[in-house]
Design a protein around this ligand. Structure first.
Ligand code: DGT
Ligand code: MG
Length: 242
């Protein structure tokens, strides 16, 4: 890819098949490598839908999405999955071991690399305490680890794949504020050359983002840094106050 990592939306609209109203309207933005792009907005605004268009869970109804300068339609599934790690809003673990779950997008990762990913994801502590550690069993759906642990294991899985683009859908809101802050600080180094797109509920998660997109009813109603939006966007001020 000419510029790996870059995600560009050009006038993208989307409606779910069979649904009447479009869920996303005329979305344009560029998420650049080395930068964090945050998306914030109320429930149902379309945040998850927007992220899901990037790995082609659905295709845009209008407009175009480019990854690394190449339209999605011209990229094979393999290229897309090799370049993008997505941590979904409801993260999922497969039956197997912690190690096999972490190697999902990184078959050749060494144990050392897996522990490094776990450390960044603030998951090394509880994995070290489990009998068998990387070989400890995960049940289907990951029901034998807590929701917060599942979320951190899925973040570690995303990191182990070393992609050029990261998509985090609300991946930090289930964490307590301190773990959230530690995790995001630890992410800085391994994601420094990647484009990072974070959907967040908590403003504190994204105050340091290079750009914040405020999504409301499927439209970007404001964009800028935290400081800029505090000055310019009533919707953002309401989110901050809530
Ligand atoms: P959240 O996660 O509660 O903060 O909400 P968002 O911002 O992630 O919203 P999203 O993208 O899940 O939903 C946007 C709209 O699209 C909302 O009206 C529900 C609708 N929607 C979501 N998923 C589907 C789907 O699979 N099929 C249909 N027909 N509609 C969907
Ligand atoms: Mg969502």
């Amino acid at each position: 890819l000419p510029t790996p990592g870059t995600v560009e939306f050009k006038n993208v609209s989307f409606g779910y098949p069979g649904a009447e109203a479009p869920v996303l309207n005329d979305i344009s933005f560029t998420a650049k490598p080395g930068q964090t792009t945050a998306i914030i907005g109320s429930t149902g605004a379309g945040k998850t839908t927007l992220l899901n268009l990037i790995p082609r869970l659905y295709d845009a109804t209008e407009g175009e999405i480019l990854i690394g300068g190449v339209p999605l339609a011209e990229l094979g599934r393999d290229t897309i999955s090799r370049n993008i790690s997505a941590v979904p809003q409801r993260p999922y673990l497969f039956s197997g071991t912690i190690g096999s779950n972490l190697r999902f997008g990184a078959q050749n990762a060494t144990e050392e690399e897996l522990w490094e990913a776990l450390k960044v994801a603030q998951a090394d502590g509880f994995v070290a305490e489990r009998e068998g550690q990387l070989d400890s069993k995960i049940s289907q759906g990951g029901t034998n680890v807590s929701g917060g642990q599942r979320q951190r294991l899925c973040i570690a899985r995303a990191l182990a794949a070393k992609p050029s683009t990261y998509l985090f859908d609300d991946s930090f809101s289930a964490l307590d504020v301190n773990t959230d802050a530690r995790l995001r600080a630890a992410l800085a180094e391994p994601t420094k050359d990647a484009a990072v797109i974070i959907v967040a509920q908590r403003v504190s998660t994204i105050t340091g983002a290079d750009q914040i997109l405020v999504l409301d009813h499927g439209e970007i109603v404001a964009r800028g840094t935290h400081e800029q939006l505090l000055e310019t966007s009533e919707t953002y001020q309401e989110i901050v106050a809530s």
